[in-house]
Design a protein around this ligand. Structure first.
Ligand code: ASP
Ligand code: MG
Length: 412
């Protein structure tokens, strides 16, 4: 069971979390709980480290920001003991959760779950601080913002849990953002692959890495609400509680062609005109961008008419546009780019569904629907289970609603 920041925002909320845990313990389950810091806490700690010095040592940053989870783990263990449940808190280093050396964005390399499992056998609940582990330098390392989700999935894999339940402030994964489309529906099930696309594209329910990890280790992951009454009817139904199950596609029987519509605002488009067309040009452009840590997406290159010059378009996060332009200025001459054009205020709308693999015409209906609304498409990329379309950000809401309805996702 994993509880995020809003679910442990104060002592009253922590008491509610203790009741969710009690419900599962009373039903005879062995439980490990992973907690985030109280909501807002990590932001505050991060701000303090910047305040102390803008150029701080990442290892000390980790020592500071990991403390939020230490507090909530202890508090939840106290709240559980208070209602008669045997529980103890664990810091990442005590288990230990081993990570690599990338302080501030470390990856988990190994978890020894044996002591946790031994204590489950004695009836003890483990309350584990999320977001943190122990680096090879023997110092605390944190997993990147939102990393408690990844802690939870990794621990579930390490103790071979039946399931990893992520309790949060929404009651599941929706066909699209309900703030944009009130007719969005909660999905009963979504495949790992689809969820990975949704999470990468801005559905902020889960940290992207946690979904990758769940997919690799086949950890069935359940997104559900911590704000419901812990003892409401159905909440304790182990096989079918309210929420969304993220699972292998084999487990999804009634497969729709399209599962969801995701969007990412704050994209910028860069177009390179009349680029010389010879081997090594793409590498000459994208290597320097990668070295500058700029995440490039949606690369579209045209086939040149006469074999000498071609056009190339790609997107970067809007916040990286200035940096990207600087990099391109430096290489423009050597690579042979005639003109660099760019535009901020773009949005990427994506249609996602594993059913696309076996259905024709999915992309065509998206293009037709957008055309009917007068929305101009600037670039298109596709994968087996996704179509992404770049448009002016001003049309984001309209495009999301249009596509949601075209693929029959609207709630009736
Ligand atoms: N507390 C950390 C954060 O705010 C980790 C998490 O909540 O998942 O990013
Ligand atoms: Mg989170």
């Amino acid at each position: 069971m994993k509880f995020g920041g809003t679910s442990v925002a104060d002592i009253a909320r922590i008491r509610v979390v203790a009741q969710h845990v009690k419900r599962e313990v009373d039903a005879g389950h062995e439980v490990a709980v992973v907690v985030s810091a109280m909501s807002g806490k990590t932001n505050e700690l991060v701000a303090w480290t910047r305040d102390a010095s803008p150029m701080h040592d990442a290892r000390e940053y980790d020592a500071v920001v990991a403390s939020g989870e230490q507090v909530t783990a202890g508090l939840l263990a106290i709240a559980l003991q208070h209602i008669g449940i045997d529980a103890r808190s664990w810091q990442g280093w005590q288990i230990p959760i081993r990570t690599d050396n990338a302080h501030g964005a470390a990856r988990i390399t190994d978890i020894d779950g044996s002591e946790l499992v031994r204590r489950f056998g004695l009836g003890q609940v483990a309350v584990i601080a999320g977001f943190q582990g122990l680096g090879p330098d023997n110092r605390i390392a944190t997993l990147g913002r939102g990393g408690s989700d990844t802690s939870a999935v990794a621990i579930a894999a390490a103790v071979k849990a039946d399931r990893c339940d992520i309790y949060t402030d929404v009651d599941g994964v929706y066909t699209t953002d309900p703030r944009i489309e009130p007719k969005a529906r909660r999905l009963n099930r979504i495949s790992f692959e689809e969820m990975l696309e949704m999470a990468s594209l801005g559905a902020k329910v889960l940290q992207v890495r946690s979904v990758e990890l769940a997919m690799v280790h086949k950890v069935r992951t359940f997104v559900r609400s911590s704000f419901e009454d812990p003892h409401a009817p159905g909440m304790g139904d182990f096989d079918n509680p309210p929420g969304t199950l993220i699972c292998d596609e084999d487990e999804i029987v009634e497969q729709q062609v399209v599962t969801g519509i995701a969007y990412a605002k704050d994209e910028a488009q860069i177009s390179l005109r009349r680029v010389s067309d010879r081997p090594g040009v793409a590498a000459g452009i994208f290597m320097p961008l990668a070295e500058a840590n700029i995440n490039v997406d949606m690369i579209v290159q045209n086939i040149s008419e006469d074999g000498s010059r071609t056009d190339m378009t790609f997107t970067v996060p809007a916040g990286d546009l200035d940096k990207a332009r600087l990099v391109l200025d430096q290489i423009q001459k050597d690579v042979g780019i005639d003109v660099v054009q760019s535009e901020g205020n773009m949005a990427k709308i994506s249609v996602i569904g594993i059913g696309m693999r076996s259905h024709a015409g999915v992309a065509a209906s998206a293009f037709k629907a957008l055309a009917d609304r007068g929305i101009n498409i600037r670039a298109i990329t596709t994968s087996e289970i996704k179509i992404s379309i770049l448009i002016d950000a001003a049309y984001t809401e309209l495009a999301v609603r249009t596509l949601h309805s075209v693929y029959g996702l609207d709630k009736h």
